[in-house]
Every structure is written in C-alpha cells, then in structure tokens.
Design a protein around this ligand. Structure first.
Ligand SMILES: O=C(O)CCC(=O)C(=O)O
Ligand SMILES: [Fe+2]
Length: 275
C-alpha cells in the first residue's frame, strides 16, 4: 500500500521533547506530532531477563507448544473485564499483587513508564485510575503477540468508543497510549511494528472501518501515516483516538510489550493510567 509518510514522529530525551512541545500531550492530541519516542528508557537486559522469568512462571507460552496461537495478556484489560465490575476490580487487585513481586531484582518497568509520563505531563499528577471508593484499575499490561496476531485498524477511547460512562476513566477528554517494547518480532517491514494514521476517529471514518475499506480510504484521501520501530527498552506515546494498527507478527519471535492507556483533560489536574 502506498501511503504518505510526511508526518514524522519526534524522538529524543524528555528535555528535547519539552523544548519542541511545551505541552507534549496536547501536541499529540492536536495531531502536531504522531508519537513521542524515547529510546532506552528501560534496560534491554532487564527486558530479556524478565521475559525469561515470565516463561519460567508459565505466564507466557512457548510458540512451539501450541498449534493455535493466541495473544497473551499479563495484567487486567479494562476492555476485557469491565462488564462485571466486581470481577474487574478483583482481577485488578490480583494483578497489583502479581506485579508487586514480579520485577524483583530488576528495575520496575511500570514505574519507568509512569515516571516518564509524569515528566511529560508537566503540571498534572499521574496516577493509576481509580474509582471514588478507592478501587484501583490494573496499572499496566504485558501483551505478547505471537505469529499471525496483531490489531487491525482501530482507535481506543473509553469515552467515545467503549462508552463506559459508569467508570471514572470516561470523564476525561483525551485518551492516549504508551507502549514499552520488551521484545521485537523478527525481521522488518509490515511485521508487528505499529502504524499511526493522521486520522482522528469520526463517523465517516467509522463507516470505512465497518466496511473494512479503511486502507483504500486513506490512500484515496491521502492520509499520512508513520510506522514506529522500537528496540527493547524503547517507549512511545501516542494519541489513541487516531486510527492505528499493529500488522500481524511474522515468525517465531513473539512481539512483547508493556502497554498503558491514559487519559487527561486540559482543565483536570489528574491523569489516570490503566490497561
Ligand atoms: O502495541 C502497540 O504498539 C499498540 C497496541 C494497541 O493499539 C492497543 O493495544 O490498543
Ligand atoms: Fe490501540
């Protein structure tokens, strides 16, 4: 597919980013930049050691052992569990318990993501999402994409797409994602590395998504896109209300990432983070 690549991401240190974009998250939401990429935020050797630990603990499966690959989540997905509040919050609390010891002996990768986000969030307080009674959401999630697995074009918004108005996270105006690479799929090209489109969701776009005509649409409308290539330890943030996709993984090596969603409003001094 021939598409325009005239919407480059920005890559640099926190200082570089804040110099280029005084309000980095607002710049993402306004489409001034598709993604902010921070290299080597987490030690690659800790990525590989923790992945080994996940296999040892049976939290990931070896691709040779199953005929039908499926995505593996380590953590609590709001999208998967939100329909039953009780189940969702007890799953989330199990996750917090698991994460409280899972990284022992290594740097805490979730803390690394929250710390980086805090520095980009300028005047706002970054917290794990919570309800007024104090119940906490899952703070982050590991996702392993095995051969053949990815995400088709979609956007993520609790307020606009999921319409989960019975949860606090729906109160915010803008939703984002952060993804820390733990392991790449093999090779290059359209293989596990995400594409971001300069295309916020709206009704016209939804019609194209419904008809599975999104790719034709972006070529016809000359919508720009960018592919984000990450090495283990690299982190990127993007506005998840723009259409984005993860092309299916090819080959033996699953793509493994640590992912968060987060949301903010310009006039709210908190940023809520969940998975
Ligand atoms: O893994 C990524 O880079 C993006 C994942 C994504 O779009 C999602 O989980 O909704
Ligand atoms: Fe997404």
């Amino acid at each position: 597919m021939k598409t325009l690549d005239t919407w480059p991401h920005f890559e640099g240190s926190i200082e570089d980013i804040c110099r280029a974009f005084p309000s980095p998250l607002a710049a993402l939401a306004q489409g001034k930049v598709p993604a902010l990429v921070l290299r080597n935020v987490y030690k690659p050797s800790h990525c590989s050691s923790l992945i080994e630990r996940f296999y040892e603990k049976g939290l990931l499966y070896n691709p040779h052992e199953l005929d039908h690959p499926h995505r593996v989540d380590i953590g609590t997905s709001f999208g998967t569990h939100r329909l039953d509040r009780e189940v969702f919050f007890s799953h989330s609390s199990q996750t917090s318990k698991l994460f409280s010891t899972l990284f022992e002996g290594y740097d805490d990768p979730i803390q690394a993501m929250y710390d980086t986000l805090t520095q980009l969030a300028t005047d706002k307080e970054v917290k794990t999402a919570r309800e007024p009674d104090g119940q906490l959401y899952g703070p982050a999630i590991f996702r392993a994409y095995y051969a053949g697995l990815g995400h088709g074009p979609h956007y993520d918004s609790v307020a606009k797409r999921t319409k989960a108005f019975d949860y606090q996270v729906s109160r915010f105006e803008h939703q984002f994602s952060g993804v820390l690479c733990f392991q790449n799929s093999e090779g290059t090209g359209e293989n596990g590395a995400p594409f971001l489109y300069n295309c916020p969701w709206d009704v016209a776009v939804q019609e194209q998504l419904n008809k599975e005509k999104f790719h034709q649409y972006i070529v016809r409308e000359q919508i720009e896109r960018v592919q984000i290539d990450l090495e283990p330890g690299d982190l990127y943030f993007f506005f998840s209300e723009n259409i984005h996709e993860v092309p299916p993984v090819i080959g033996e090596s699953p793509r493994i990432v640590l992912a968060i969603f987060f949301a903010m409003s310009l006039d709210d001094d908190e940023i809520y983070v969940w998975a």
